[in-house]
Design a protein around this ligand. Sequence first.
Ligand SMILES: *Cc1c(COP(=O)(O)O)cnc(C)c1O
Length: 350
Amino acid sequence: MLPLRKIIAEMDAYIPGFQPPDALSWIKLNTNENPYPPSPRVREAILAELGDDGETLRKYPDPQSQAGRDAAAKLYGFDPSWVIMANGSDELINNLIRAFAGEGEEVAYVAPSYSYYATLAKIQGAQVRTFGFAADWTLADFPHRYQGKLFFLTSPNAPLGVTFDNAYIKELAGCCSGILVVDEAYADFSADNALPLVRECDNVVITRTLSKSYSLAGMRLGLAIARPEIIAALDKIRDHYNVDRLAQAAVVAALHDQPYFNSCVTKVCATRERFSAGLQKIGYGVIPSSGNYVFALPPDKDGKRVYDALFSRKILVRHFSDPLLSHGLRITIGTDEEMERTLAALAEIG
Ligand SMILES: *Cc1c(COP(=O)(O)O)cnc(C)c1O
């Protein structure tokens, strides 16, 4: 027997969406990747950083990722002391838990949302609690005084796609005696975001990722916006070289090329609306989504059946066995052509 901590020995690993080795032979709509390539400026910046012979890689990157912080701060209208860069927003989620939730203390999130919060909290020995939705898409039974150390609010919600409005998020922040993390992994695809609340409420942290809206899942880039005391705490506990040289070059180029970014996001959102309408036409239910995915409900509410039927047609979507979600499927928005083929397959499958 390995002398593992009991909690590690007993826990299950988080299972990320399947990455098939022969990705090109699939219509891959299972991990909310962007169907469009990143800005061409990203490739140029990475090549420039690399130089002719890769010489730059001999040296460690800037431990602060300062150019990335500056670019994000400018884009979002904050002082750079309110921004931190990370190796994916998953790193930030992990470090927020490490910073704020000690052994036996409580971390909460909305069920259904991103269950990786629970895995990371358990690793720290924290207790995990979930809050469900009420019929009007607010949270059911959220306490007036929530004493947990951290509460993760995924907005837009993944996988359902609904966004919480800022008046409601502000009310929740007022109920939390700990930190309210608004995980805005998909906010770029939504009309709303909670950035103004970071200044208004002293316990609100926003996490963002470049994986989805900036087409950079393979670079592993995330960022958080919060007041400087919180950023300083996160800076204390991160790996000192958490963002590599190429990723630092990539994030600056990606954030600078807003016209390209806007054109991709606009295309994805237009495709999402067309696909959602198409789903309804073939008798599927669909929750209006503010993300780059939709939660689709087959007529017989058997998500696994449709997942399997799509899988056999080399269309990969996400099915969750969680009883809150097993009746549907999360389908990432791909190109128009991919979504038309998916709709045709769904119409055939029924
Ligand atoms: C994709 C996703 C993340 C992780 O983003 P990375 O930056 O790729 O680590 C975090 N939260 C939610 C809700 C996500 O969907």
